[in-house]
Write a protein that binds this ligand. Structure first.
Ligand code: EPZ
Length: 434
C-alpha cells in the first residue's frame, strides 16, 4: 500500500488550484442515468471515487470515453483530459449494483433513485458502515416507499420495484441527509406528478444538481431552502445540459488549514467564496485575514493563533468534513479548543493518530478538548478515512522530522494530485510503497 512521507516545519508559499467537487460530481454522474443524450462533464476531479462510479455505470451497461481511456492506460495519471468525460446510459441492462463495489464507495447508494425511477426496478447493495459511523440509508428507503416503491431488504440488498414508475409525494425527512435529498430529487425528476421535499439539505452540491435539472427543462423550485418541489416528467427521459463541476469547498478548506497551521501566506485559485464562508469565518476568529478576488482567496498570516470552539452542522453551518482538519490546527492554537461532532457518532478516529504525533487531546462523548500549543514530533501514522487522512498531513507539516502516513488510498478517493499540490506549496513530500 502507498504511503506519504512529509518533512515538517516548513512555511508554505505560492498558490494551489482547487479541483472540482467530488461530492458534486458523484450525484451528477448518477443523474446521467436519467438522460436520453450523451452527458458531457468538465472540471471533474480526477479522484478514485469518480472513477469508481463511472466504472460501476459501465458495469451496468453504460458507455463512457473515460472508461475507454482507463482501459488503454492502467496509470490514470497519464491520460489526457482526465477532468472531462462523456457518459451515455442508454444501453444499461444490468440493474444490480453489487456489494463488492458499494462497500468500497458508499456513494453508490446514489444509483438507487435514478435506476428505480427510470427502469422501475433495481437491486442495490446496502452500503454497510464505515470508519465514521453506521451510515444508515433508512431515510432514502422510506422516502422511495412513500413514492410508491415496493422495497424488500434481503441478503444485504435493497430490492426495489415500481413497475408503473414512481409517483410524486410530500417527503418530510426526519433528519437532513445530503445523499438522501439527492436520491429523492433524482427519483422525483422522472416520477409522475409533483414531489415536495421538506427538511431538504442545502449544500452547494444540492444546488448544482437542481440547477442542472432546471437548465435541462425540469420544473424544480425552492432549492437552497428547507423545501424543494419537483414536477416529474412521468418517465420521459431528460436532455441533460453540459455540466461543469463546482469547485471543491472541502479541498479548499483543507488547503486553507495547511496555510493556517504553518501560518503562511498562500493563495487558492478556483474557489467560490460563499461556499467556504463558515470555514473562513472560523479562521478569522483564530486570527487570520483574507483577501479575495472573484474566484481566488489569499491568506494573511495571524499575529497569534487563538483557541476556538466549533460545532459541526449541516450547510451553511460548519462542515463535518472539515472537523478533523481543524482538530489538527487546534494543536497550534494558544489555549484549549473544543470541537463537538454533531452529525456522525464516530468521527474521531484521527484523535489516536494525532496523539501519536504528540497532540494533547481528550475526548468526552462527542466533544474533544485540544490543548495548544503542542510541539508535534514526526511519527508513523495510519489514515483511517478520507478527511482524517488530510488532518494527518496538516499535523505532519508542523511536526519535527519526517512523518509517514500509511494507507493513503483513503486520500486518493477525494484529493486530486495531493502530493503535487503540496509540493508546489513548498512542502517536502514524497509517495512511497509499503
Ligand atoms: C454526505 O454523506 C457526504 N458524502 C459526506 O462526505 C458528508 O460527511 C455528509 O454528507 C454530511 O455532510 C457525499 O456527499 C458523497 P448524510 P451522506 O446522509 O449523505 C444520518 C466525504 O468526506 N442518516 O447527510 O451519507 C447519518 O447517519 C464524505 O466526502 C440517517 O440516519 O451523509 C448522519 O448521522 C464523508 N439515515 C446524518 O444523517 C439515512 O438514511 C447525515 O448524513 C441517511 C442519513
Amino acid at each position: 500500500m502507498d504511503y506519504l512521507a512529509i518533512e515538517g516545519s516548513n512555511k508554505l508559499s505560492g498558490s494551489v488550484n482547487i479541483s472540482g467537487a467530488k461530492n458534486s460530481a458523484l450525484p451528477l454522474i448518477a443523474l446521467s442515468i436519467l438522460a436520453k443524450n450523451d452527458v458531457r462533464f468538465s472540471n471533474l476531479p480526477n479522484v478514485v471515487d469518480v472513477q469508481t462510479l463511472i466504472k460501476i455505470l459501465v458495469m451496468l451497461g453504460a458507455s463512457s470515453n473515460m472508461a475507454d481511456k482507463w482501459e488503454q492506460n492502467n496509470n490514470i495519471n497519464i491520460i489526457e483530459n482526465p477532468n472531462e468525460a462523456i457518459i451515455n446510459t442508454n444501453n444499461i441492462t444490468n440493474l444490480k449494483v453489487i456489494y463488492d463495489v458499494v462497500r468500497k464507495m458508499r456513494a453508490s447508494i446514489l444509483l438507487l433513485g435514478p435506476l428505480l425511477t427510470r427502469f422501475g426496478k433495481c437491486q442495490v447493495s446496502l452500503p454497510g458502515g464505515c470508519a465514521i459511523g453506521a451510515r444508515p440509508v433508512d431515510l432514502h428507503i422510506k422516502a422511495m416507499q412513500q413514492m410508491g416503491a415496493d422495497i424488500e431488504i434481503k441478503n444485504g440488498y435493497i430490492n426495489a420495484t415500481a413497475t408503473k414508475g414512481l409517483v410524486g409525494n410530500h417527503i418530510i425527512f426526519d433528519k437532513i441527509t445530503v445523499t438522501g435529498t439527492e436520491n429523492i430529487i433524482m427519483a422525483a425528476a422522472l416520477a409522475k406528478g409533483k414531489t415536495i421535499i421538506t427538511n431538504a439539505a442545502k449544500e452547494p452540491e444540492i444546488i448544482q444538481l437542481c440547477e442542472i435539472l432546471k437548465q435541462s427543462g425540469v420544473e424544480i423550485e425552492g432549492y437552497g431552502s428547507d423545501e424543494i418541489s419537483i414536477k416529474g416528467t412521468d418517465r420521459e427521459l431528460i436532455d441533460i445540459c453540459d455540466i461543469s463541476i463546482i469547485p471543491d469547498r472541502i479541498e479548499a478548506g483543507t488547503y486553507l488549514c495547511a496555510g493556517a497551521i504553518t501560518n503562511s501566506n498562500i493563495t487558492l485559485n478556483n474557489i467560490i467564496p460563499s461556499h467556504i464562508e463558515s470555514i473562513t469565518d472560523k479562521l478569522k476568529e483564530i486570527g487570520f485575514g483574507f483577501s479575495f478576488s472573484e474566484n481566488s482567496i489569499s491568506m494573511i498570516p495571524a499575529k497569534s493563533l487563538k483557541a476556538f470552539e466549533l460545532i459541526t452542522a449541516e450547510y451553511p453551518g460548519f462542515p463535518t468534513d472539515m472537523q478533523a482538519q481543524f482538530m489538527a490546527l487546534a494543536t497550534q492554537c494558544n489555549g484549549v479548543s473544543v470541537i463537538e461532532e454533531r452529525l456522525f457518532e464516530n468521527r474521531f478516529m484521527h484523535i489516536n493518530e494525532l496523539q501519536r504525533l504528540g497532540a494533547n487531546i481528550t475526548l468526552d462523548g462527542n466533544s474533544a478538548k485540544i490543548n495548544g500549543v503542542t510541539k508535534l514530533i514526526a511519527a508513523d501514522v495510519m489514515a483511517t478515512d478520507l478527511r482524517a487522512s488530510s488532518a494527518l498531513i496538516l499535523a505532519s507539516l508542523v511536526a519535527d522530522g519526517e512523518s509517514i502516513i500509511h494507507r493513503i488510498y483513503h486520500l486518493d478517493r477525494g484529493y486530486e494530485q495531493i502530493e503535487q499540490k503540496f509540493s508546489n506549496l513548498g512542502v517536502k513530500i514524497r509517495r512511497g510503497r509499503d
